[in-house]
Design a protein around this ligand. Structure first.
Ligand code: PLP
Length: 420
């Protein structure tokens, strides 16, 4: 009989989304005529930029002709896309990233999970597992993929896994979690942050890079929401910080800027300067390992999709994306303003598509979820679903049609939310 990866058994049954669905079903059965507005979802709602669609149509047509047909492409992505990314996302911001340090993939979700393939599992017999830090609240993929890889023990009564270092983000630190007290081997950073919408200043990132260089920490920097940065002082890439090439991997995605959530395209930067250690302490560059991993386990993102992603960097593509980002950020602004008017404490939503709301005094995340559902027929995401520090908070997503946002806010304006 096949022996299973028993670490999967430590995973907690997905609690957040099944529980949300259960409460929605219960509510809808009792209120069959209520028109629900879903504001909990992290998926985009607007169509893809026309420039991307046209580029993909053209690429698809090429597949119908012998002269232009493309079969397997390079596993790490076509050079023309890697070069555009290096030029527009990095060189243009003063970051020295070479095209061959850009690895195209079909999503940041898989890359942030797959990266663990090239790091030692804590359960490995060498006894040299990694000490891994995550921010709390956290994008759950970072935690669950570490559980699957055998990097944690069992969860405690709060759902926190033994072996992980949790860095607490709170209103006191502006939802930017502090540096770890001691050395850690790997730290996940996500800015702009899902779920809190917070961003890291240049100073904060400098501190992280210095800390990482001092303690040989590998930073896994997830910048999936980079396109939403509006503050000119906020870095768009960790590589804007000197020395980051030696300590950081960066994940970027076309999902949230250009609507590739269903089409799938992303990229990961693994600089050649980045080193890891073998059990005997020999330094090995991670670029080589990631290239090996990708060319063995991945056969490249689709040619058609990569042509679509390339169009992101055309003048039309850039203008259309700017329009999409403006649209979602205006939704976020409207949500922020309406909730503030209700006397609530509101965070995020300025450099990110997520608005992070403090539930009224005395209410927990789920109490607030129930109240919005029952009184306004609005579905959001309870902050506690992202970790212990999310308790008492609530996430509303700006990914929605303007009509839905306006209707939701009309309903909210009729509620008595804050205790005055
Ligand atoms: N990283 C973060 C922080 C996210 O919130 C998401 C999606 O919601 C992703 C990565 C996934 O990106 P992709 O669609 O490229 O897999």
């Amino acid at each position: 009989m096949a022996n299973i990866n028993h670490h999967y058994l430590k995973l907690q049954a997905g609690y957040l989304f099944p529980e949300i669905s259960r409460r929605i079903t219960q509510f809808s059965e009792a209120n069959p005529d209520a028109a629900l507005i879903r504001m909990g979802i992290g998926d985009v709602t607007e169509p893809m930029p026309a420039a991307c669609v046209e580029a993909m149509q053209k690429a698809l047509a090429e597949q119908g002709h012998r002269e232009t047909f493309k079969g397997y492409g390079p596993e790490q992505g076509y050079p023309w896309l890697r070069e555009k990314i290096a030029e527009h996302d990095y060189a243009a911001r003063g970051c020295a990233i070479e095209a061959d340090e850009v690895f195209i993939s079909d999503g940041s979700k898989c890359d942030t999970g797959n990266i663990l393939d090239i790091l030692t599992a804590s359960s490995d017999s060498s006894g040299r597992g990694n000490v891994i830090a995550v921010q709390d609240p956290v994008y759950p993929v970072y935690v669950d993929t570490n559980v699957m890889a055998g990097n944690t023990g069992h969860p405690d009564e709060n759902g926190e896994y033994e072996g992980l270092v949790y860095l607490r983000a709170s209103r006191e630190n502006g939802f930017v979690a502090p540096l770890p007290d001691g050395p850690v081997d790997v730290a996940y950073l996500c800015f702009p942050n899902n779920p809190t919408g917070s961003v890291a200043t240049r100073e904060t990132l400098k501190q992280w890079v210095e800390h990482a260089r001092r303690h040989n920490t590998l930073l896994l920097f997830d910048a999936a929401y980079e396109a939403f940065i509006t503050d000119p002082h906020v870095p768009h890439s960790i590589y804007e910080i000197e020395g980051a090439r030696e300590v950081a991997i960066e994940f970027r995605s076309f999902s949230k800027n250009a609507g590739f959530t269903g089409t799938r395209c992303a990229f990961t930067i693994v600089p050649r300067d980045l080193m890891g250690a073998t059990p005997d302490g020999t330094r090995i560059d991670l670029h080589r390992l990631w290239l090996r991993r990708q060319s063995t386990k991945f056969n490249g993102a689709s040619y058609i999709v990569q042509r679509g992603a390339e169009a992101v960097y055309t003048d039309e593509g850039r203008q259309q994306i700017a329009g999409l980002i403006r649209f979602y950020l205006e939704n976020a602004r409207l949500i922020r303003e309406a909730l503030k008017e209700q006397g609530l404490e509101v965070y995020g939503g300025v450099n990110a598509p997520y608005v992070w709301i403090r539930a009224p005094e005395g209410e927990g995340s789920w109490d607030f979820f129930d109240r919005l559902l029952n009184e306004a027929h609005i579905v959001g995401t309870p902050g506690s679903g992202f970790g212990r520090s999310g308790e008492g908070y609530f996430r509303l997503s700006a990914f929605n049609s303007r009509d839905n946002v306006e209707e939701a806010l009309r309903r909210i304006s009729r509620m008595k939310l804050a205790v005055s």
